[in-house]
Design a protein around this ligand. Structure first.
Ligand SMILES: [Zn+2]
Length: 444
């Protein structure tokens, strides 16, 4: 079976290579302008007005760039729906055609050892579902990203990353599946509590190993050593009580043109990483503004708070699964040939129930993250004192995020504040700190 699936993948690749050659001329990147000069309305003056300064910054973006960025970001709203529906259809196919039951039967023929059943089932499930949704994946992550000039990879390396991703999911997902089915089989009444506990510990483990073991699978991470960039960052870190000695750089340009930075890891693996797109295209003021934001995440323990939030969600999800699975299995379990909650063949149903809840939960999860991002923005402005660098960063990030959404749209779909809100925050900060900016000095 595995060989046949591999051949099917190879065939898909060949067909797609054909299409890639047709696209030989890459579309141009939707690069937002680098604002070399701070606009007149944003220059310090006795008449400084935060709204006028915000509008002056926004006016620097050519309308065609805004239109393209809006089209890219609004397309994602629909993709959330298509991804959800594709997941639902795949799960229902696996259950109703009893492919899930057959994969379980095959796993049982391979060995009598229960944890290995689970792993063999997981292997088949992961490969089959990856192939079924592959057309959507390749459109979403490859063709669409190229169409908007955000992707930098040709098809071969992109597919390589997809296969690496599959391997990571195979190992990590396989371990989690073995642990959870073990818990469910041993503790039929209380598995939802212990299952949640195991999942939360697993989450801690994954966050802990991410910067050291997972990111290097896909990208090269190096210590930044250019003193022109590192010295102001470390000075800002010391001023804020962060005992950092190193800042890391990641070659994100291998996959994307997006500029970004992040905080990853836990305890002694925790670190701040800038990507090379930011280092190459960002002004020193902009890089400092972004680093101030990342230090905000660090100082306010956002990663721990996020794990706390995820832990509460995990407990609720397991309680929902405990009742939901029992209810559904009572009605359709026999038809789908699923023996019970401890039977690995139940997995597509678990994924179905979780994705329904996750779809409804999208705005709440986005609002949690967006609130933290706003906090980091406020911290970053205070720490870096670079409101103009911050406004420039917001414009650059507008290459892949709609600049000026409506309030409900932002509440549902945005996991970061919109570009307009971020520029306004920066200009409001500047309005209250005009004494830091000499009115005669040309902004740089
Ligand atoms: Zn952030």
């Amino acid at each position: 079976m595995f060989l046949r699936l591999t051949m099917a993948t190879a065939l898909c690749c060949l067909i797609l290579f054909g299409i890639t050659f047709a696209l030989a001329q890459p579309p141009t990147a939707n690069q937002m302008p680098s604002v070399v000069q701070v606009p007149a309305e944003a220059q310090p003056s006795p008449h400084f007005d935060a709204t006028a300064a915000t509008n002056a910054y926004l006016a620097q973006i050519p309308p065609d760039k805004t239109a393209r960025s809006d089209a890219y970001f609004e397309g994602v709203y629909w993709l959330i729906l298509w991804d959800f529906l594709a997941g639902v259809i795949v799960a229902l196919l696996l259950l109703n055609l009893r492919w899930s039951a057959r994969m379980r039967d095959l796993a049982e023929r391979v060995t009598r050892f229960k944890p290995v059943h689970t792993f063999v089932y997981w292997l088949q499930y992961l490969i089959l579902t990856s192939i079924l949704v592959f057309p959507l994946t390749v459109y979403e992550d490859y063709f669409r990203e190229h169409k908007y000039g955000l992707a930098t990879q040709t098809f071969g390396p992109w597919m390589g990353d997809q296969l690496k991703n599959l391997a990571v999911n195979l190992v990590l997902g396989g371990v989690l599946a073995m642990l959870l089915f073990g818990v469910v089989r041993r503790l039929p009444r209380t598995w939802w509590i212990w299952g949640a506990a195991v999942t939360i510990l697993f989450l801690f483990f994954v966050v802990l190993i991410t910067p050291v073991y997972l990111i290097p699978i896909f990208n090269k991470v190096t210590r930044l050593d250019d003193p022109k960039i590192v010295d102001p960052i470390l000075s800002m870190a010391r001023a804020n009580g962060i005992s950092a000695k190193d800042v890391y750089e990641m070659d994100a340009s291998r996959q994307t043109t997006r500029m970004s930075a992040n905080v990853s890891g836990l305890a002694n693996t925790m670190r701040i990483t800038l990507n090379d797109n930011l280092l190459r295209r960002g002004s020193p003021e902009e890089i400092q503004a972004v680093m101030g934001h990342e230090m905000g995440h660090y100082v306010m323990n956002h990663l721990y708070k996020e794990i706390m939030f995820d832990s509460i969600v995990t407990v609720l999800a397991f309680a929902y699964l405990y009742w939901g699975l029992a209810w559904v299995l009572q009605r359709w379990g026999e038809k789908w040939q699923i023996r019970g909650v401890g039977d690995t063949a139940v997995l597509p149903l678990v994924v179905l129930l979780v994705s329904i809840a996750g779809f409804v939960f999208t705005p709440i999860a986005n609002t949690f993250t967006r609130t933290q991002e706003h906090e980091a923005d406020m911290y970053g402005l205070n720490a870096s004192r670079q409101p103009d660098g911050f406004a420039q960063a917001a414009i650059h990030l507008g290459e892949y995020r709609k600049m000026n959404p409506g309030p409900i749209e932002q509440w549902i779909f945005f996991d970061h504040p919109s570009g307009r809100n971020r520029i306004y925050s920066a200009m409001r900060w500047k309005a209250e700190n005009l004494n830091l900016f000499s009115p005669h000095q040309e902004a740089h």
